[in-house]
Ligand binder design. Structure first.
Ligand SMILES: Cc1cc2nc3c(=O)[nH]c(=O)nc-3n(C[C@H](O)[C@H](O)[C@H](O)COP(=O)(O)OP(=O)(O)OC[C@H]3O[C@@H](n4cnc5c(N)ncnc54)[C@H](O)[C@@H]3O)c2cc1C
Length: 381
């Protein structure tokens, strides 16, 4: 058992940390305050290969292993969670399923522009009436000759207005329930594809989230992802892997908030000494550091299992996502507490971390759903 990152993984950590410090940090407060998407960071992210981590080199990507990918997402989230989620989504829930379930033609056509960062990608499963219960989606895809006609609406989709390529999950045969659902690759320039207005979010304000409506949207049948009827499998298999990215995001946010808390605790004085010398503050710091370390180990282990194609990866992903997101929420709460009133100010980064972290227990399967997934897999063993 080796608990160290290998040389390549350490280099990636340093490279992404340098980029995050030099390019991402300077505008982070302003972008959040203005709710402005990270457009200006995309060329730099593309240049480092971070928009094509999931795609192999033959498709123009950097073909990183999952541990490196988790490290990269963690480092971005340590500075800016909006940047981390934008990167995680185009890799983990768009390129990854195309790579896994797409045919050669689809990979050749859609992966290179995504991997090079010319297009951003997304994944559209959730609907206004169906989130946790994915099999309850209503968006229809009706076969008409060599096309499918999509009608319906998706909700809460990341990378919409900035993105071009979306993996869309829709019902092809309502009579077959979970087996009547299929996946499609749909580009935003397809007639009948409309982005809805952006959501006004609590956090991740420099990322883009909105609904999508499909009105007689004609998608070529050749864009179907895998066989008809395997759409739910495509969605669930995708999430089993991408949850590692959410765990990494939560670890990064927690680390960022924790570092701010340590810094503040050394300079803020009460009763004649820095607050880090008060035992109650030390307890909060020690508990936070311990929780982050545990979450990081679980996240890297889930990623290593994915790389090793070992058994138990889905369970490990759910456990890492559940644990990391829950402890990250607590670490950010403690970081605000350690800042006192300053933690309540929008001028201090911990206020943003506190808002940004909240969604990590919700998206890509809530904590309640992770517990269900974990319990089911335990009971099956
Ligand atoms: C910022 C943001 C970005 C997102 N990006 C995407 C995206 O790119 N693509 C995409 O498809 N979706 C995306 N989502 C949607 C996200 O995945 C869903 O919000 C999530 O799956 C939960 O679904 P829901 O909001 O409908 O909650 P619901 O399913 O309505 O759940 C509400 C509450 O009930 C609980 N609950 C539900 N069922 C059970 C049960 N059986 N047992 C116990 N408790 C239960 C839930 O845990 C939750 O607490 C995003 C959401 C947000 C906020």
């Amino acid at each position: 058992m080796d608990f160290e990152l290998n040389e390549d993984q350490q280099m990636i950590r340093q490279m992404v940390r340098d980029f995050a410090e030099e390019k991402v940090r300077p505008g982070v407060l302003k972008r959040d305050e203005e709710g402005r998407f990270i457009t200006e960071l995309l060329p730099g992210l593309a240049e480092l290969g971070l928009l094509g981590m999931a795609s192999p080199e033959q498709y123009g990507g950097s073909g990183l292993d999952m541990v490196s990918t988790a490290v990269a997402i963690e480092e971005l989230a340590r500075v800016c969670a909006s940047t981390a989620v934008t990167v995680a989504v185009t890799n983990g829930v768009c390129q990854e399923p195309i790579l896994r379930f797409g045919n050669d033609e689809q990979k050749k056509k859609f992966l290179p522009p995504l991997a090079k960062g010319e297009h951003l990608g997304g994944f559209a499963l959730t609907e206004p009436g169906a989130g946790s219960d994915a099999a309850a989606i209503k968006t229809r895809a009706v076969r008409q000759g060599d096309h499918y006609i999509l009608d319906g609406a998706k909700a809460w989709i990341t990378n919409t207005h900035a993105g071009k390529v979306f993996v869309v999950i829709a019902v092809t045969d309502p009579g077959k329930g979970a087996k009547g659902i299929s996946g499609f690759i749909v580009t935003s320039d397809t007639p009948g594809f409309h982005f809805l207005p952006e959501e006004k979010k609590m956090g991740l304000r420099a990322s883009v989230t909105s609904g999508i409506s499909f009105e007689e949207c004609r998608v070529p049948a050749e864009n179907r992802l895998g066989e008809e009827g395997i759409g739910l499998k495509v969605a669930l298999a995708t999430l089993e892997v991408s949850r590692i990215g959410i765990a990494a995001q939560a670890v990064g946010i927690a680390q960022g908030a924790f570092e701010e808390a340590v810094k503040h605790s050394k300079v803020r004085e009460t009763f004649g000494r820095p607050i880090c010398e008060h035992e109650a503050v030390q307890v909060m710091l020690a508990e936070s550091a311990t929780a982050i370390e545990g979450a990081r180990l679980m996240t890297y282990r889930a990623a290593a299992l994915k790389d090793a194609k070992g058994p138990g990866q889905a369970q490990a992903s759910s456990m890492a996502k559940l644990f990391a997101s829950e402890i990250a929420k607590d670490v950010c709460d403690k970081a605000v507490q350690i800042h006192g009133a300053y933690g309540y100010s929008r001028e201090y980064p911990v206020e943003r971390f506190y808002r940004d972290v909240r969604v990590t227990t919700i998206y890509e399967g809530t904590s309640e759903i992770q517990r269900m997934v974990i319990a089911r897999s335990l009971l099956k063993e």
